[in-house]
Ligand binder design. Structure first.
Ligand code: ADP
Ligand code: MG
Length: 334
């Protein structure tokens, strides 16, 4: 179990990471998301030991890491661009952390290669003879060879294109799960974050804005910025009475009713076209293959888009009635 408390790092007068508390249980998958410059890389580098905190502390399985150098932390780090040793072959890169005298050295390298989905024919190649995706696989195998308690992955898929990216993500998830290695993955892609995490952390301005189960963060984010960062939003002010908000989209059950007036979040996928309800006008309709996206203008709830079956006969200029499924989320902090 990794535990961070009050972790702080400042560069000049620029906060890199500011009073961060975080716990990652053994075998868990934590994902950190946040805009560029929010402190994600700094946080990972502090955990890895490449940076020294100004305040706060880090423990791994109860052991304080303050004075432990990076290579003795039992933590592996995979950077955005694999950072392989360019003059070494694939096998030498992967074998870097395996003692020379280990009798099973060769077979361990072969096993790791297979685990990350690379053929044995790759062993003698140099990094420049590999594609970006292959390089990241080697970087992952090299990190796995350390048999770490914790794997840190800093945007490891961001240089890959969409299809490959998803395949790599699934592969990494499966490999880490099999090996029982806890991981912290940094990404700026919110759908990747929601798919990979069992614990999601949203960073903003060097601090943790919200953290918890991905579904809780998506459905009940702490504030408007977090809500917008994780997906499309429809946000309005409404009066609440008896657990029901009087909203521009009609009466709506809400998750907290201890205030008389509140700011409320509805996700566009909760909105459907109904027989009767709030009137909206279709500003634009675009075909998306699996669905048709309707851009709507609703007098009091503003502009937003919803997806409907592609076969709909609705077109630009039509008026529709809207209803909302589920509950609205009341923002409790402002
Ligand atoms: P992210 O990974 O979320 O994009 P970083 O952790 O790289 O963010 O950066 C967080 C903040 O710390 C930024 O304002 C960045 O400019 C600053 N920073 C990071 N590393 C350094 C450094 N070595 N020297 C000075 N400022 C830094
Ligand atoms: Mg970064």
């Amino acid at each position: 179990m990794l535990q961070l408390s009050g972790l702080t790092k400042t560069y000049g007068d620029q906060p890199g990471v500011d009073r961060v508390d975080l716990a990652a249980p053994s075998g868990s998958r934590t994902v950190i998301v946040g805009p560029s410059g929010s402190g994600k890389t700094t946080l990972l580098r502090l955990i890895a030991g490449f940076e020294t905190p100004d305040a706060g502390n880090i423990t791994l399985d109860g052991r304080p890491l303050d004075t432990v150098p990076p290579h003795q932390r039992n933590i592996a780090y995979v950077a955005q661009e694999g950072a392989l040793f360019p003059h070494m072959s694939v096998a030498e890169n992967i074998g870097f952390a395996i003692p020379r005298q280990a009798s099973n050295r060769e077979s361990r390298i072969d096993t790791l290669l297979a685990r990350v989905g690379l053929s044995a024919a790759m062993k003698s190649r140099r990094p420049h003879e590999l594609s970006g995706g292959q390089q990241q696989r080697v970087a992952l195998a090299r990190a796995l060879a350390q048999q770490p308690a914790l794997m840190l992955l800093d945007e490891p898929f961001s240089a890959l294109d969409t299809g490959l990216r998803e395949a790599m993500r699934d592969m990494v998830e499966a490999v880490l799960r099999e090996a029982g290695i806890a991981s912290i993955l940094v990404t700026h892609d919110q759908s990747e974050a929601l798919a990979f995490a069992d614990h999601l952390v949203v960073m903003r301005d060097a601090r943790i804005a919200d953290a918890g189960q991905p579904q809780r963060l998506y459905e009940q984010p702490i504030d408007i910025e977090t809500a917008k960062f994780l997906g499309e939003t429809i946000i309005f002010e409404a009066a609440i009475r008896g657990g029901v908000a009087d909203t521009p989209l009609g009466p709506l059950a809400v998750d907290h009713s201890d205030t008389a007036k509140a700011t409320i979040l509805v996700r566009p996928e909760q909105v459907r076209i109904a027989e009767n309800g709030t009137l909206a006008r279709i500003l634009h309709s675009s075909y998306r293959g699996a669905a048709r996206r309707l851009e709507l203008e609703c007098q009091s709830a503003g502009h937003f888009s919803i997806d409907v079956p592609a076969a709909t006969s609705l077109t630009q200029g039509d008026s529709v009635c809207l209803a909302v499924n589920g509950r609205g989320h009341v923002f409790r902090s402002r």
